[in-house]
Ligand binder design. Sequence first.
Ligand SMILES: Cc1cc2nc3c(=O)[nH]c(=O)nc-3n(C[C@H](O)[C@H](O)[C@H](O)COP(=O)(O)OP(=O)(O)OC[C@H]3O[C@@H](n4cnc5c(N)ncnc54)[C@H](O)[C@@H]3O)c2cc1C
Length: 414
Amino acid sequence: MTDIDWTGGHNDSPSSAQLRSAVRAFAETAVLEPARRYDAAGVFHADIYDALRKSPFPAACFPPELGGTDGSTKALIVVLEELGRADISTAVTFATTVELAAGAVLLGGTPEQRATWIPPVIAGEQIASYAIAEQSSGSDVKALETVARRVGASWVLDGSKKYVTNVIPHLPGYVVIVAKLESAGRDAPLGAFVVPYNTPGLEVSAPHDKMSWRGTVLVDLVLRDCELPEDAYLGGGAVPWTSGVSRVFELGRTGMAAIALGSSERLLQESLDHAADRVQFGKSLDSFQSTRMRLAEMCTDIAAARLLVYRAAELRDELLMGRYGFEHGIDTPAQRTYSSLAHVAKLFTSEVTGRVADAAVQILGGKGLTEESDVGRFYRDQRMFRIGQGTTEIEKLIIARALLGSRVETAAQS
Ligand SMILES: Cc1cc2nc3c(=O)[nH]c(=O)nc-3n(C[C@H](O)[C@H](O)[C@H](O)COP(=O)(O)OP(=O)(O)OC[C@H]3O[C@@H](n4cnc5c(N)ncnc54)[C@H](O)[C@@H]3O)c2cc1C
C-alpha cells in the first residue's frame, strides 16, 4: 500500500468513480490474461472485443439523446485510462471505434447520420475505423490523394489508405474515410465518408505484422470506383471538414494520452511489486537508492501527466457543455486553449510513458524482457504513442505554431 494515489481516482465524481471501478474490474478479469495470448500470437483479440462490445462502456462514451449514458470527455478518458492499464491494444480498438470513427460521426454528422451510425456502436453491433493516412500522406495531411467525386446522386471514391486499425471485413462495421473533394490538389477541401466494410469497391489487404499493438488489426485499403450514397458524406457539406479533421484529432489525442497514462500506471505498479519482491545482495531492490530514485521519477512524471490529461478533458467538457457538433466552439479562445492543451497532454504523456517503460524494464531486469511479465508488451506497445495521431515532432510544431501564431506555418497533421 502506498501513500500516494497515482493509480487514478482522485477528483472523481461519484459517477466517474463508479465507472472507473467497473472498467477496472472488467479489465482485470476479461482483458489482462487473454491480452497476453493475443499479443504472443499477433492476432486480433476477438474474445476481448466480444466482451467489450457487450459491456456498458461504449454507451458511457455517448450522450443520452443518442442512446448513451454519459458522453462527457471525462467519461471517455476514465474508460480509456482503465483499459490502458490492462492492455494498450484493447484500449486502441475501443478508442478507434468510439472516439475516432463514431466520434467523427458525432462531431461532423447530421442528426440523421448520428442516428444511423452511432446506436450500432453503442449496442456493440458494429466495430468502426478511421482512415486518413496514405502512402503519400502520414504527417502531411495536405498530401492526401484519395478523391471523392460527385457523380449524379452518388459519391465515388478512388484512392488508397495506408495503415488502418480495426478493419475486419467479416465483422459488421464501417470505416470513416477522409478524402479530398473533387480534386487531389494540395489545398482541395476535405470531406469524410462513412463506408461499410462490405461496400463494393473497397478492397482490404491482409493484416500487417507489427511490433506494437499486436492484438489490433492493421490493414491497407484500396478504393476503386467505390460508389456511396449521397448521405455517406458526413455533414453533407454543412460543416468544413478541413477544420473538422483537427477536431477529431484533438479528441483522439486526448484519448491516446489517457491510454498512455493508464499504461504508465500499470508499469509503475509492476515496478513497485517487483522491486519489493526481488532480493539481491540480501536486500529487496526497493531498498537500493538507485531504484528509489527511479520509482520517484516515474511517479512524478505520471502525476504531472495525469493533471494534464484530466485538465484537457475538463476544458473540452467546459467548452462543449454537452453539445458536440463542429459548429460549437470553432476558433474561439476557449477552443484554442483546449486544442493546445490536447497537444501538450499527448506530447508529454507519450514521452512520459516512454521514460516509464524504459525504467520499468530496467527495474525488472531480464524478467522485463521475457514472457514472465507484462512489461515487455507495454514497452513495445507504448512506442506507438510517439508516432500515432501526430508524431512527437509534429506535436511540437503544432504547439510552437500556437505559441508563435502567424509567425510559423506547418502543413502537418493538425
Ligand atoms: C499500428 C499503427 C496503427 C495505425 N492506425 C491508423 C489508423 O487507424 N488510421 C490512420 O489514418 N492511420 C493510422 N496509422 C498511421 C499513423 O497515423 C501514421 O503512421 C503517423 O501519422 C505517422 O505517419 P508516417 O508513418 O507516414 O510517418 P511520416 O509522416 O513519414 O514521419 C516519419 C518521421 O518524419 C518526421 N517528420 C515528418 N514531417 C516532419 C516535419 N515537417 N518536421 C519534422 N519532422 C517531420 C516524423 O515526426 C517522423 O519522425 C497507424 C499506424 C500504425 C503503425
